[in-house]
Design a protein around this ligand. Structure first.
Ligand SMILES: [Zn+2]
Length: 484
């Protein structure tokens, strides 16, 4: 960088051979600061020990070697000896609008946990646009927010405000004309991607895909129950959330299940969307798991790789619910991080849930973890996402546990870090600007006290977070939580 004054300082060293060792003398300008003596963990290049990282405004402007001599004022120097630097983390599956009372606190909770970017995977357009604007207008106090707008569903829609578990996250579409006008309306609000939902008919799904391709937007979602994984991917679906409805498509009885599903979708009893969907899953999910055809599974994996279809399996969501981990007394102190209204609500709801573990839920959760490991081995691309705050998942905290479950499912620690950094950046085509620790990259970073390559849960051992170049100390991170 031309504004850094560098001076060569060469000394002759006579050891075994005559070696000329050169060290740079680097003066850190007033408008920059340096993080000294830190071990960098870049998600692609891996660990590089003992570096100095220079940050100017919101950009990483220089990465220097340990033997470079730094000249900087104390105010512009952070000594990070023994610490580790990772890119700011992403939670690639969140819902700001699931609990509108909690929504205003979620940005702070994310940052407090080192989550500097989030992908909102469904909510009313006005609310999610507001959260995105907030992050654009006050980028230091908010994570970067990428939005899908509402879930684009068919009829009857699942998230239709029928109960607190099913708030109005979606829009119902009766036909193709409706879907075209609704999707164009959403696209005009400058969403970053779109989300297809389970009750879409095949024709509605195809209409949605046509608009998305024209507008150059990725579409993720649940594979519509009226389709199979193969037909949805062939039609251009770019991402699958929760591996939803993968099992139904790779079972040896998948044709029979598909025919039965089309009948059920006619909805003769006029059930609401959430009831109709759970009826279909309760009739089909376990039958599919009983007869997974691993040749078909391989075929599906090959298709996902060849079409570069992103998976966000939200494994901890299923594990937490099936094992009822939130009933463990150790979870209660974690709730202190939440605003008191949410804390009291969750404590009440959790106390009303029994500790009985349902075998089918446990089995499904284990299968999702096993399928994730197998797909990962085949090089299917993955992102870490959690569905927070659904299922008593604390914003920010849940992302770290998702990384732990990914590691248990077969990811190396570095691969898990990749799913929460450069991979979601790649989904949005911004992998040359953010998600790595390199010159010219955005200074959204997390300084850790211990090495996450030794133990993945060390991503939780946060010393400070850097958002848009601005450093948040441990004390200021704590002040974003514990507001009781
Ligand atoms: Zn979700």
């Amino acid at each position: 960088m031309n504004y850094l004054k560098t001076l060569k300082n060469c000394t002759l060293v006579f050891l075994l051979f005559n070696i000329i060792s050169c060290s740079n003398q680097v003066t850190i300008p007033e408008d920059s600061y340096v993080i000294k003596n830190i071990s960098i963990i870049d998600p692609i290049d891996g660990l590089q020990s003992n570096k100095h990282v220079v940050i100017t405004n919101d950009i990483i402007t220089m990465i220097l070697d340990n033997d470079d001599e730094i000249i900087a004022k104390d105010d512009n120097t952070i000594d990070a000896t023994g610490k580790y630097l990772i890119p700011g983390l992403w939670d690639a599956h969140i819902h700001f609008s699931f609990d509108t009372n909690l929504a205003p606190y979620m940005p702070g909770l994310f940052l407090a946990h080192g989550v500097t970017s989030v992908r909102d995977t469904g909510g009313p357009i006005d609310l999610v646009v507001k959260m995105k604007d907030l992050s654009l207008n006050d980028s230091i106090k908010n994570p970067n927010v990428y939005i899908a707008g509402p879930l684009i569903d068919g009829t009857p829609n699942v998230y239709n405000n029928s109960s607190p578990s099913f708030p109005l996250l979606s829009i119902e579409n009766n036909d193709i004309i409706e879907i075209e006008s609704n999707v164009l309306g959403i696209v005009d609000r400058e969403v970053d991607f779109l989300k297809a939902y389970e009750m879409l008919t095949e024709n509605q799904f195809l209409a949605l895909m046509r608009i998305a391709k024209k507008r150059n937007l990725n579409v993720t979602g649940h594979i519509p129950l009226s389709m199979t994984l193969f037909s949805a991917i062939d039609s251009g679906l770019n991402g699958i959330e929760h591996l939803r409805n993968l099992a139904l498509s790779v079972a040896s009885n998948s044709d029979e299940l598909y025919k039965e599903r089309l009948e059920l979708l006619k909805n003769p009893d006029d059930l609401p969307g959430s009831d109709l969907r759970s009826l279909i899953h309760s009739k089909q999910r376990m039958r599919a798991l009983d007869s997974i055809d691993y040749n078909k599974f391989e075929e599906a994996a090959d298709l996902l790789v060849s079409k570069n279809v992103w998976q966000t399996p939200t494994l901890f969501l299923y594990r937490n619910f099936s094992r009822k981990i939130f009933k463990d007394p150790s979870f209660i102190p974690e709730l202190d991080k939440l605003p008191s209204q949410t804390k009291q609500k969750w404590i009440k709801e959790i106390s009303d849930i029994d500790t009985l573990v349902v075998k089918s839920g446990l089995r499904y959760s284990k299968w999702l973890e096993e399928a994730t490991g197998k797909l990962h081995k085949k090089n299917v691309p993955f992102m870490a996402g959690t569905d927070t705050p659904i299922g008593y998942l604390i914003p920010g905290r849940s992302l770290h546990i998702e990384l732990e479950v990914l590691v248990e499912s077969g990811f190396s620690n570095l691969e898990a870090i990749k799913t929460a950094t450069v991979n979601p950046a790649t989904f949005f085509g911004i992998q040359d600007k953010t998600g790595r620790i390199k010159n010219g990259y955005k200074a959204d970073l997390v300084i850790l006290n211990s090495n996450p390559l030794d133990l993945i849960r060390n991503t939780q051992d946060i010393s400070s977070v850097i958002k848009n170049g601005h450093r948040l100390s441990r004390k200021s991170l704590d002040s974003l939580m514990y507001k009781n």
